[in-house]
Design a protein around this ligand. Structure first.
Ligand code: SAM
Length: 217
């Protein structure tokens, strides 16, 4: 049993099927980078894959690939002729993700987009509108990602945003992890805008990290 996991998450994960070999490869690569803790948990990934699957997605964007773990959950939910564009800035992460995502890249179902997401997203707009968009990149750019996402999601499409609690920093608890004032302010402003956007219905999923889901009316 992992020591760093809440008992409820452990129970949930025991009920689910184990992550497959390719997912375990993504986790192994993230651990090798010393970044295992920032891959989405099995519990959250399963929830996101399940929810996105309900809208039968053909076109998905992910911001922040790391080693391709969350991407694989979205790929499981993707329609046969669909495509996921996953954006990543780090060449080291891209090299590992490309190995883990190889079967889907070869089938044309997954495209890893290298570079800074803020610069690459406008170029992706031509492929939209998208059915689902997952935001999990640079926290200081969350407002820019959200603005792009709300302009590029189809009606009925789903935007999922991870880490919106910034390990408690958004309510002033800095004990677990230190985030910059810019990151905290950006995530709080983005969250306010999500709930103020009349053309979206939104809810927190109160996971440990804080997941925010907005669906375009
Ligand atoms: C939290 S991790 C993503 C985890 C991944 N979604 C998963 O659960 O398997 C964030 C990733 O975003 C990438 N990233 C950070 N800033 C970025 C930027 N400006 N543009 C694109 N990717 C960025 C990081 O290199 C890192 O791999």
């Amino acid at each position: 049993m992992r020591k760093d996991i809440q008992p409820s998450y452990q129970y949930i994960e025991n009920c689910y099927q184990q992550e497959n070999e390719q997912m375990q490869l993504s986790r192994k690569f993230a651990d090798q980078l010393g970044l295992g803790g920032i891959s989405v948990s099995h519990t959250e990934a399963h929830l996101m894959g399940f929810l996105v699957g309900l809208i039968k997605p053909k076109k998905v964007v992910e911001i922040g690939t790391l080693t391709g773990l969350s991407c694989q959950y979205f790929l499981q939910s993707l329609q046969q002729d669909g495509t996921i564009y996953t954006l990543e800035k780090s060449a080291e992460h891209i090299a590992l993700a490309t190995q883990a995502l190889k079967p889907w890249i070869e089938r044309g179902q997954c495209v890893v987009v290298p570079g800074d997401a803020k610069e690459e997203l406008p170029k992706l707009s031509a492929q939209g509108p998208f059915d689902a968009i997952f935001i999990d990149g640079n926290k200081a750019a969350y407002k820019d990602y959200w603005i792009w996402a709300k302009n590029n999601i189809r009606s009925g499409g789903m935007i999922l945003i991870d880490n919106v609690f910034l390990a408690g920093s958004v309510w002033g608890d800095m004990s677990k992890q230190k985030f910059s004032d810019k990151q905290i302010q950006t995530v709080k402003e983005m969250t306010s805008d999500v709930f103020a956007s009349a053309d979206f219905t939104a809810s927190f999923v109160p996971t440990e990290e804080g997941l925010l889901i907005a669906v375009r009316k």
